[in-house]
Design a protein around this ligand. Sequence first.
Ligand SMILES: [Zn+2]
Length: 151
Amino acid sequence: MKTHMFEQQGLGLAPFRCVAIIDSGPGNKKSCDHCGAGIRYAFEVVSRDGKSFNVGSDCALKTDDSGLRATVNRHLNALRRTQRYQRAVKPLLALLAQEDVRTRLAALPNPRGEHGRGNTALDFCTQVANDDRLFERVYKEAVAIARKAAL
Ligand SMILES: [Zn+2]
């Protein structure tokens, strides 16, 4: 069996797994411990013997280590979901920042009825705006209600 490229480099013993993504912000402030390239998103990888290091997504995904690639992809998907959410939630947050919209939403019932958390449409819209998983499913409904309240 071929020796893992991270193991060859002395980064620890295989198998490796990704435990977190660290966003260092714009400007590639971190660097990949495998290739030295500047990276914005550092994938924190831990070896079997407990060594921890940071690599970029390219290096993390080009290994033959399917277990590592799976953990990297899981963190990558979560990051992409969060980024989509942060972009998409802006119009709803802008509506919810308007006091008159909030007042009108607070006077409307929660569209989920007694199954919803909280009694009002404001509770519903606020909950949707703050929960990225819920957000993917009911965003259009929440934005429609908030836009109607803004008229
Ligand atoms: Zn690299």
